[in-house]
Design a protein around this ligand. Structure first.
Ligand SMILES: [Zn+2]
Length: 379
């Protein structure tokens, strides 16, 4: 069922049961790490609910009819797909800038439509604003005709700021006919408890390496060997595997070890030198390319620390970097206190979020290294 969505059989079953019993909730909250297929599932569900010639007994979208095509293109009145945008500066917003931003958003949504696993990248998109939510509420106030079901997807809903969350809460409290709201989030703890309590939480599973490898071969034309290698380093996320496709993984992994070595040498000067050695060479010329490479570095650093955690708790079968076991064991024997590793992982997670928010790379990475040092080297 729903072949456009990779794996997630347990989640598909939950949703299928709701469809079968005719008991869809008013709002879903799809949670789990990036790249597990939360948006893809939301779009697929919107198609299934509105397909004009569904396949099989259960509503499986045909991908051919007008509704399926329009929804997949993210330009259907039946589907609103909301993402974070750059700050709206009110009257000061330059009209030319505004046109540029609208063009970028259009391009990014087209890429997302072509591939629901694409991570939308809009420069300086730091929040979902109250203005966006108000527009949504206007749409919601219009009633729906016919048997169709309107679907609102708020992607990375935790990007709503306080005002936006308050405004959105009102929408959740009012009943809307023939409307399904789907929030997706990899950081649901940033959403108000009052919002969480009004949504049915559906947690997405990490993907199996075989599922990721098969999808990489099928969708991205990778050869099987490379697909399997990247799948193992994906940490269960399809987009993480994809992010590594054009990177030199060996160099990046080496960089991870180097950064840890310098960061843990208790010399701020060494750590800084390492960062200043790495950053200028990272990625291509543009900020986005550089940021992409830094994101991959942070991803591999996370895997490294997770592996250290696995080794220190004696569960070696779950190692991602199993071709680097010796280095890992050396690292773990020196710094492998589990609670410290968990703290270090938290520092990386914060850095990932800040890099995602497009803050300056150098201070973010430096801050992370300092925090990891404090976490891993206990007095
Ligand atoms: Zn269809």
């Amino acid at each position: 069922m729903w072949k456009n969505v990779i794996g997630q059989e347990r989640v598909k079953k939950i949703i299928r049961q709701s469809l079968e019993s005719g008991k869809l909730p008013n709002a879903y909250l799809f949670t789990g790490a990036e790249g597990l297929g939360k948006d893809a599932m939301a779009i697929e569900l919107a198609k299934a609910l509105n397909c004009l010639s569904p396949v099989g007994r259960l509503p499986e979208a045909c991908d051919e009819c007008a509704n399926c095509k329009q929804i997949a293109s993210l330009s259907s009145p039946l589907l609103q797909f909301i993402v974070a945008r750059p700050h709206e500066k009110g009257e000061n917003l330059d009209e030319e800038d505004d046109a540029k931003i609208i063009e970028i958003i259009r391009e990014q949504l087209a890429l997302k439509a072509a591939d629901p696993y694409y991570n939308v990248q809009i420069p300086n998109a730091q929040l979902i604003s109250v203005k966006q939510i108000r527009r949504l509420r206007m749409l919601l106030s219009r009633s729906m005709t016919g048997g169709s079901k309107r679907v609102l997807i708020i992607s990375e809903a935790d990007m709503m700021n306080q005002q936006a969350q308050n405004a959105f809460l009102k929408s959740l409290e009012e009943p809307h006919d023939n409307t399904l709201i789907i929030l997706t989030s990899s950081n649901p703890s940033r959403l108000y408890a009052t919002i969480l309590s009004r949504c049915q939480d559906v947690r997405f599973d990490l993907l199996e390496p075989t599922e990721i490898a098969d999808a990489l071969v099928e969708r991205d034309d990778l050869d099987k060997k490379q697909a399997e290698f990247l799948a193992r380093l994906s940490g269960g996320s399809f987009s993480a595997a994809r992010g590594l496709v054009n990177e030199d993984v060996a160099v990046l992994r080496n960089q991870v070890v180097q950064l840890l070595r310098m960061g843990l040498s208790q010399s701020r000067k060494n750590a800084l030198a390492e960062i200043d050695n790495f950053l200028p060479r990272a990625g291509g010329g543009s900020f986005l390319e550089k940021r992409h490479t830094v994101e991959q570095l942070l991803h591999l650093l996370t895997l490294w620390l997770r592996d250290a955690l696995a080794i220190s708790s004696g569960s070696e079968e779950y190692i991602f970097n199993n071709d680097q076991l010796d280095d890992l064991k050396r690292f773990t024997s020196r710094f492998g206190v589990p609670i410290n590793i968990v703290k270090a992982l938290r520092a990386v997670e914060i850095a990932q979020r800040n890099v995602h928010l497009q803050l300056q790379l150098r201070p973010v990475v430096l801050q992370m290294v300092i925090e990891m040092e404090q976490a891993l080297i206990t007095a």
